[in-house]
Write a protein that binds this ligand. Structure first.
Ligand SMILES: [Zn+2]
Length: 319
């Protein structure tokens, strides 16, 4: 831990040595160590109270295949907490003008729909690719993949308000990525996207002129609930839900034993059919393709049943 002084209220704060942006717990000011107050610190608004958030999670889970029919009545919240996770959002406009060479094939001597000779030559290609991208980067200490890769919604962001975070006794995580590092990462990602587009057109790029402009950037905290719940038994399940739009980031699925048994039998049945297909294929040569098709289709269905029925967590797609 290191000691810092808030540039706004003068409070002494102890922070982690890797923190790159600190938010003062007394006045809500955000600043880099030794730097000045940031002007572009935002947070998504909390639109879901604890009760509403839990209702939303329940409504989502009852629709997941394999949960008990009476899940809605046996599900029970164990505890719930809110964390403000830090993200950088960069809008980058990138332009790359390039000169390169691409191989072009020339087909000759067409005889009966076939070419007897193909020759290749290098042709000069030049072009210009422009794209505007919004890059969202998780910036806090390491967390679950679902939060790390969360494509946060940014519409409806407002200036960060310490009072709102305190109202929900939220834990506020600090960015470990500085503004400059975030800017560089955002440009690198935008560049990668544009280059992969150009490389589809031109194999060898000999000369490229690049220009990147950041049109908007913001430091955004997203309030996310961590929820622990039970579903009739003693087992505790975990879920996370965006407190701003109610999206379920992930949730363990409370499956019934009956469902697991049924899914197990279905999987075994598909695999037996697949094996039968393989036997037909090998032993009854007139039915070779029938056996092959049966083995492939039943095998695929078996693997799909296995994956769908035994996955442990579900996540809601974008809304
Ligand atoms: Zn302060």
């Amino acid at each position: 831990m290191t000691q810092l002084t808030c540039p706004n209220c003068g409070a002494n704060l102890s922070v982690h040595p890797s923190d790159a942006i600190i938010t003062c717990e007394y006045c809500g000011t955000s600043f880099p160590p030794g730097g000045e107050k940031m002007k572009n610190h935002y947070a998504m608004k909390v639109n879901y109270g604890q009760g509403e958030a839990f209702d939303t999670l329940r409504a989502y889970l009852v629709k997941v295949p394999g949960v008990s029919n009476d899940l809605a009545s046996i599900i029970s919240m164990k505890d719930m907490s809110m964390t403000y996770y830090p993200y950088w959002v960069y809008n980058v406009k990138g332009t790359i003008s390039y000169v390169g060479r691409d191989r072009k094939a020339t087909f000759r001597d067409k005889v009966k729909r076939r070419y007897s000779s193909i020759s290749w030559e290098w042709v000069e290609e030049a072009g210009r690719e422009e794209q505007t991208r919004q890059i969202r980067l998780y910036a806090g200490p390491s967390v679950r993949r679902e939060i790390q890769n969360y494509p946060i919604a940014t519409r409806g962001r407002r200036y960060f308000n310490l009072k709102e975070a305190q109202k929900y006794t939220a834990n506020i995580l600090f960015s470990r990525v500085s503004e400059e590092q975030a800017r560089r990462q955002a440009i690198t990602q935008t560049r990668g996207m544009i280059m992969s587009r150009i490389q589809k057109e031109t194999e060898n790029i000999e000369n490229a002129r690049e220009n990147f402009t950041v049109t908007d950037h913001a430091y955004v905290h997203v309030p996310i609930y961590s929820i622990r719940f039970t579903a009739g038994g003693g087992k505790v399940y975990e879920a996370a839900l965006d407190a701003s739009n109610g999206r379920v980031l992930y949730s363990d699925i409370p499956r019934t034993t009956g469902f697991k048994l049924k899914a197990g039998f279905t999987t075994i049945a598909w695999f037996i059919i697949a094996i039968a297909g393989a036997v037909i294929m090998l032993l009854l040569s007139p039915y070779f393709y029938f056996g092959l098709g049966l083995a492939i289709i039943a095998g695929i269905l078996g693997i799909m049943t296995l994956i769908l029925s035994f996955r442990q967590t579900a996540a809601e797609s974008a809304r």
